[in-house]
Ligand binder design. Structure first.
Ligand code: CUA
Length: 340
């Protein structure tokens, strides 16, 4: 059975012991602030703007809370002579301060919201993403170019404006790449748009952020930010159809794919498989993960997925093909893995 890449640990966590354990917990907590799926580790201006606002609200709120509590304690314990000017405290602290503070914050929020929804005038790339229960259909469009279909992984160039256009095929999902931008709803029948410029090449992780059914938690995706030249080469490479099987075993795997009717749901460009019900598999072997960010891509996880999709991700639309003999299963997994 493939190893799950993310999700709950296998054994329930124990509470940290109250000596070195607490220190360790604090270090782990701080370490969790960095990483490929952390709003606290921004890799684009949108995410940084949101983070700054988060800190302003968190630190400001803390300071105000502590100040108010201190004043409340003072007011209770001090005698009336030692707590002068009660009326000015009420007017100053109760009316003037909140009005000024909230007005300043509101003006700041208007500016932030405007920046976050402003679309790039001419994006170098448009990425259309449609949410499905529970996977992501991805189409790349360059200015003047036709769509290039992929799934469950998004590759974008660093330093170039990219526009995302998201919608949904079934229920409401939410498209969220915490290190790169804020959440954006995916709504059936409506296209929502978002512009970002990713700054740092690297591998990030996105996650559906709106409860959408049993496998909402396993509706994730990888976001790979590449240097622009590498991205151009990658995109050109992706436009190629799937390669012909180089070995008899791979040919057997491809034949099994059609014998078992996989083309009823999946497309593999360069073959007769053209369905769009499920993820496009043309270059599935080159993606980091399968099952919408659930398992690392390798022959073992692909075979496990084919044979036990309903066990690994119950209620997803792909049946478990548990009637296949081992050799056929291995061959089909090997063929899919070879589709780089
Ligand atoms: Cu899709 Cu939650």
């Amino acid at each position: 059975m493939p190893t799950r890449r993310t999700g709950r640990p296998r054994t329930p966590p124990r509470w940290p012991r109250l000596d070195g354990g607490l220190a360790l917990a604090a270090v782990l907590l701080l370490a969790a602030c960095e990483g490929r799926q952390s709003a606290l580790d921004p890799g684009a201006a949108n995410a940084r703007d949101i983070l700054v606002t988060t800190w302003v609200l968190f630190v400001g709120g803390t300071v105000i809370f502590v100040g108010v509590m201190a004043l409340a304690v003072w007011a209770v314990v001090a005698s009336p002579e030692r707590f002068p000017g009660a009326r000015s405290w009420v007017i100053g602290g109760g009316i003037v301060f909140p009005v000024v503070t909230l007005t300043v914050l509101q003006v700041h929020e208007f500016g932030l919201a405007r920046r976050l929804v402003t679309l790039a005038a001419d994006p170098a790339l448009t990425v259309e993403v449609t949410g499905h229960m529970w996977w992501w259909d991805v189409r790349y469009r360059e200015p003047g170019g036709g769509p290039l279909r992929s799934a469950n992984e998004i590759v974008i160039p660093a330093g170039r404006p990219v526009e995302f256009r998201v919608d949904s095929a079934d229920v409401i999902h939410s498209f969220w790449m915490p290190s790169l931008a804020g959440k954006i709803d995916m709504i059936p029948g409506r296209v929502n748009r978002l512009s970002i410029v990713a700054e740092r090449p690297g591998v990030y992780r996105g996650q559906c952020a709106e409860y959408c059914g049993a496998q909402h938690a396993l509706m994730a995706f990888d976001v790979i930010v590449m240097e622009p030249e590498r991205f151009d080469a990658w995109l050109a490479d992706q436009r190629r159809p799937a390669p012909d099987p180089a070995e008899p075993e791979l040919a057997r795997g491809r034949d099994a794919f059609f014998a078992f009717g996989c083309q009823s749901c999946h497309a593999v460009r360069g073959t007769p498989a053209v369905s769009r019900i499920g993820p496009d598999l043309t270059h599935v072997g080159g993606r980091l993960s399968i099952g919408a960010g659930s398992f690392a891509t390798n022959v073992g996880s692909l075979a496990g997925w084919i044979a036990s999709a309903q066990h690994l991700k119950p209620e997803n639309r792909m049946p478990s093909f548990d009637v296949m003999d081992g050799e056929t299963l291995r061959a089909m997994a090997a063929w899919l893995e070879s589709l780089k």
